[in-house]
Ligand binder design. Structure first.
Ligand code: NDP
Length: 299
């Protein structure tokens, strides 16, 4: 039987409707409007697209939205001074430093300078520590794994007791926080990476398989347990000669057709996890604004 296609776009729209309503209610009650600042250094084309999308979505949610575009030769001191300014600005509740940074700038130092209470990307050590200590309600959780959990809950419910989960990828941005979130939802979690032996055999044990690798179609049908739920985080641009010379398309880390013939549910690429990431950034920003105004975090 063909797997259910998990619709990230529809789920993201639903999250964004809730965020917009929560932001409007907060503004009406307290006069506080959620504010998001996005900082882009340099000219990386993919980053420019992501940053434009974030600004547009924040505006569509009714937020105060500012984008700082700095030249590639910006010094670390100048960038840190901007972060300090945003940390001190009461109209800003979320700060996102778009990565990667140009050579010569230290991402750990720059991200580490963001006030943890405005770190809506969840990348500071304080927020990573909160999540790792099981204090997810106090943490800003990185947006991509948070979005994956929304999609998983929709299929499997809140409690993943008894489920075996395998996360392939161990980055601080996706793999590690994903594993922490699955653990908090009571799944039994294994994290795989490039040094893992016999990856297909390990993946076949998974009721929940999360791919966050960055290798197009690496996980084939032989990696999928019958009936598993598959979440494909990967975004890879590959040549698509069938569309014309020089054309490309986006594909995930999972060979979709093979996996969809075996799994019970699967996220497509594009249209799966991608749209959720930006929606969860907005959700974190409205949560931060509520916290700053002394109001409860929206559910
Ligand atoms: P990283 O490159 O930081 O991490 C990739 C991970 O995959 C590493 O842990 C690496 O292992 C592991 N890996 C690499 N090759 C293999 C292999 N052959 N077998 C098993 N594991 C392997 O990537 P990110 O976590 O930042 O991103 C992962 C993917 O998700 C990318 O395609 C990225 O574009 C996408 N992404 C999508 C987002 C979205 O919104 N949908 C947001 C963020 C990322 P090791 O640690 O041993 O090197």
């Amino acid at each position: 039987m063909q797997a259910v296609r998990i619709d990230g776009k529809a789920n993201a729209e639903s999250v964004l409707r809730d965020v917009t309503a929560a932001g409007a209610a907060l503004h009406k009650k307290t006069g506080v409007k959620p504010g998001l600042a996005v900082v882009l250094v340099g000219e990386d084309p993919a980053s420019q697209v992501y940053v434009a999308n974030k600004g547009r979505t924040a505006e569509a949610c009714g937020f105060h939205s500012v984008t700082h575009r700095l030249p590639a030769d910006t010094s670390q001191e100048a960038l840190l001074a901007l972060i300090d300014e945003l940390n001190a600005d009461p109209a800003i509740h979320g700060i996102l430093q778009q990565l990667p940074l140009p050579k010569g700038l230290d991402a750990d130092v720059v991200v580490g300078r963001i006030d943890p209470d405005k770190d809506v990307d969840g990348l500071t050590l304080v927020n990573a520590g909160r999540l790792a200590s099981g204090l997810a309600d106090d943490a800003f959780v990185p947006c991509t794994p948070a979005g994956c959990m929304v999609l998983l809950r929709q299929v499997l419910g809140d409690d993943l007791s008894g489920k075996r989960a395998v996360v392939v990828g161990r980055s601080n941005l996706v793999g590690k926080p994903m594993a922490q979130l699955l653990l908090l939802a009571n799944a039994t979690v294994t994290v795989a990476h490039s040094r893992t032996k016999d990856l297909p055999a390990l993946c076949r044990e998974a009721d929940i398989l999360v791919a966050a690798i960055g290798r197009p179609g690496l996980l084939k049908g032989d990696c999928v347990k019958p009936g598993a739920v598959v979440i494909d985080v990967g975004i890879n641009r590959v040549p698509a000669p069938d569309k014309g010379e020089g054309k490309t398309r986006l594909v995930g880390d999972v060979a979709y057709d093979e996996a969809a013939a075996i799994a019970s549910a699967i996220t497509p690429v594009p249209g799966g996890v991608g749209p959720m990431t930006i929606a969860m950034l907005m959700a974190n920003t409205v949560a931060s604004a509520c916290r700053a105004a002394g109001e409860p975090r929206p559910r």
